[in-house]
Design a binder for this molecule. Sequence first.
Ligand code: HEC
Ligand code: HEC
Ligand code: HEC
Ligand code: HEC
Length: 203
Amino acid sequence: MNVQHLGKALGKVVFTVGTFVAVCAMAQDAEYVSNSKCKMCHNKVSEGEQWKKWTETKHAKAYESLLTSDNAKEYAEARGLTTAPAETPECLRCHVTGYDAEKETFVSALKKENGIQCNSCHGPGSEHLAFGKKMMMKKDEIDDSMDMKILIPNVKTCLKCHNDESPTWDPEKYTLEDGTKAGFDFEQAFATIAHFNPKKKRD
Ligand code: HEC
Ligand code: HEC
Ligand code: HEC
Ligand code: HEC
């Protein structure tokens, strides 16, 4: 094979890989929808009023903390940061949903004032919205084996932010059943922000 052919062959490989990546990104790229959309369908008392419960958690105030808390200023200074915490990528990346710290961009559909929103844990949401609209009037046809096009979070989701890169990290914050200490414990942490639907059967 001469050099020119090799170049073409390589070019083709690169092109194929590039296309593959682009398609994958698109498939995952459900769009972010605002929290108030989730409120529309997930705020009934009889179904666990998830939206109201979220407003009562610290997640809803995560951006506000950067703006108003004295601790925020201290943490930022301790790290040698010179910009205000609410304008600092290193703080925003864990305190605002959908913020890209490398590009320093926000997602326009989301208000940064709403801090850590439903989408931070449940994913972007647009595909689920379509599912919800289709199924709202026929909930009795929904069964748990259905793909509802929404992410069900687990401990890995929490650990994206609850980790030792946070200035507040305390490796002994939680005491586990056997007496050992841990910086994060899913069961205890989730218990304080739980928003189950009482109509759903669980074993
Ligand atoms: C148009 C109505 C509608 C909207 C808007 C909506 N949902 Fe839902 N959602 C539903 C229905 C219907 C179900 C299935 C019944 C149930 O679990 O309440 C559901 C179920 C869920 C579940 C449980 C999925 C499972 O597998 O058990 C989660 C989590 C969820 N929604 C999160 C969200 C989030 C986050 C948003 C906002 C981005 C949102 N929903 C917006 C209608 C909606
Ligand atoms: C996108 C980042 C992010 C994710 C993901 C996240 N959290 Fe948080 N969490 C925060 C931030 C930031 C705060 C502090 C907000 C404040 O006080 O300003 C917080 C606060 C909390 C608090 C109250 C303070 C504390 O530590 O006792 C609990 C409980 C909590 N989160 C549980 C969870 C659980 C459980 C999950 C996973 C299901 C989770 N979080 C996922 C960022 C996140
Ligand atoms: C890796 C993710 C992460 C980063 C980066 C991060 N935080 Fe947080 N922050 C958290 C979590 C999680 C909590 C909840 C408390 C906990 O469990 O540690 C929190 C809580 C807080 C709180 C409320 C609790 C308190 O101690 O007053 C403030 C204020 C805060 N962070 C400020 C900042 C500032 C300022 C920065 C940037 C210098 C920053 N955070 C960067 C994840 C992060
Ligand atoms: C900090 C992460 C986090 C945030 C923020 C969050 N959720 Fe969840 N959500 C979870 C976890 C974890 C579960 C439980 C998954 C399981 O069944 O183990 C859950 C479960 C649910 C369920 C299913 C309830 C059931 O009984 O099966 C719904 C519906 C839901 N969330 C809606 C919302 C809505 C709407 C918002 C915003 C108003 C929201 N969630 C915000 C972590 C989060």
